[in-house]
Design a protein around this ligand. Structure first.
Ligand code: LLP
Length: 427
């Protein structure tokens, strides 16, 4: 459920008419709903009720500072994967003891930063990383709290580029070697083993892979405890999928049922549960609004050419992802959709958002909205083709605010510097 609905024939973000925002910031732009973000955080709180837990929002999905401040205010912890994300979490007011640090390539500098800020836990992904972390912590006179990310070799049944829990993926250590690696961890002077971490992929639309992975984690918890390790936390990662297509029978599992899978697999171990949802919190809390530049009649197919492109929303080009695309002006009842290709202006055939998509008629100059664009949208954008980053707007009830402004062309150009030897040799 989200808060992007037609009211009086016009798409609204909560109580704000989308054209009103467009008039203020120009298209294309992202708009996020405070009510939806809040609600999605709350459904996880409800799903884990009764179990000691921390919800560490995976900010890679949407790391706008306004979104992070909102999450922090709701009591969220954060899952970060870089020094930059760590700094954002701190800037958003999240205390170190609520931040977990994931990722296969943490540098010594990132480790130091996290340790200085009293990090809750590092999710360690390899033995070399663990040894370096021990060294860094020791040099600072502290011990680094860690969970080791285990790779359970289960098929998450999601897109290959976002599956992480198979043995061929670069993530974690094989669960079959876990006891051996935990034994080494316990012997390292700068390491304090606190738990186990697992994350099997993103956009999961089936709970069974979770059940399989968490069952293995429960077995491992018992085995490690019998080896003498004090396993007191389980980080179960993120990945719960969202509905990208409203009019389809695809219905991803509900957070409540996901909570039940957690309860029934690891609920009796007395561990504190950590989860790292990203997409489910932010995905359906955002839309991307764009204007139609041209309608072009091609041979055997027609094109809707938008002012948004793959640099603004790369998911269709990168993962063949589907986003519902709807006109901002509600189509009249009984209007017959016609198939059309929806593309951006970037000079690549890959800059295609949808092929043969049934669409109600939309004229040049009219606006469309990409739904479910709040996660992995703005954060993955670039300035390819020298298209400045597009603005982000947050609504709450009947108010809206620009939470990241569109840079001017001058700002974009002046970010580069030209060395003197080029300007001097001018002629
Ligand atoms: N924890 C870890 C360790 C992760 O690697 C991820 C996502 C998450 C949590 C959050 O997963 P979520 O709840 O958002 O599914 N750009 C891709 C998705 C990449 C996901 C990477 N890792 C996309 O647009 O579909």
């Amino acid at each position: 459920m989200d808060h992007f609905l037609y009211k009086n024939g016009v798409l609204h973000a909560e109580d704000v008419a989308v054209p009103e925002i467009a008039a203020a910031v120009g298209t294309p732009f992202y708009v996020y709903s405070t009510a939806t973000l809040t609600r999605h955080y709350q459904v996880f709180e409800d799903a884990l009720k009764g179990m000691p837990h921390v919800i560490c929002y995976a900010m890679k999905a949407n790391s706008n500072m306004a979104v992070l401040r909102l999450m922090a205010g709701l009591g969220a912890g954060m899952d970060v994967v870089s020094g930059g994300e760590f700094r954002r979490a701190i800037a958003a007011g999240v205390p170190g003891e609520k931040i977990v640090f994931s990722g296969v390539g943490k540098t010594r500098e990132e480790m130091r930063l996290a340790l200085e800020n009293g990090i809750r836990q590092f999710n360690v992904e390899s033995e070399p990383e663990m040894r370096v972390l021990s060294e860094v912590a020791q040099s600072m006179g502290v011990r680094a709290p860690i969970a080791i990310r285990v790779n359970p070799d289960v098929d998450a049944k999601t897109h290959a580029k976002i599956a992480t829990g198979r043995s061929e993926n670069k993530f974690g250590i094989p669960i079959s070697r876990a006891r051996e690696v935990y034994a080494e961890a316990a012997a390292l002077p700068g390491i304090d083993v606190v738990g186990i971490d697992v994350h099997i992929g993103s956009q999961l639309v089936d709970l069974e892979p979770y059940r399989a992975a968490f069952t293995l984690v429960a077995e491992l918890t018992r085995a490690l405890r019998s080896d003498g390790h004090d396993i007191r936390r389980l980080d179960l990662g993120g990945g719960l999928g969202i509905p990208y297509q409203q009019n389809s029978n695809q219905a991803p599992p509900l957070p409540f049922d996901y909570g039940e899978v957690i309860r029934s697999t690891v609920g009796d171990l007395g561990c504190e549960i950590e989860i790292e949802p990203g997409r489910l919190i932010a995905g359906n809390a955002g839309i991307l609004v764009s204007s139609v530049i041209y309608r072009k009649n091609g041979e055997g197919r027609d094109f809707l050419i938008l002012d948004a492109a793959m640099n603004d929303l790369i998911r269709p080009a990168m993962y063949d992802a589907w986003h519902d695309i709807v006109p901002v002006t509600e189509p009249a009842a009984g209007v017959v959709p016609a198939e059309i290709d929806i593309v951006g202006p970037v000079c690549e055939s890959g800059d295609t958002f949808a092929k043969a998509r049934p669409m109600p008629p939309v004229a040049e100059g009219e606006m469309v909205a990409f739904r479910s664009a709040g996660a992995y949208g703005a954060v993955m954008s670039s300035e390819y083709n020298s298209r400045p980053m597009i603005p982000e707007v947050l609504v709450s009830g009947d108010q809206f605010a620009v939470v990241r402004a569109r840079p001017t062309y001058e700002e974009m150009i002046e970010r580069d510097t030209v060395p003197e030897w080029i300007t001097e040799n001018r002629g």
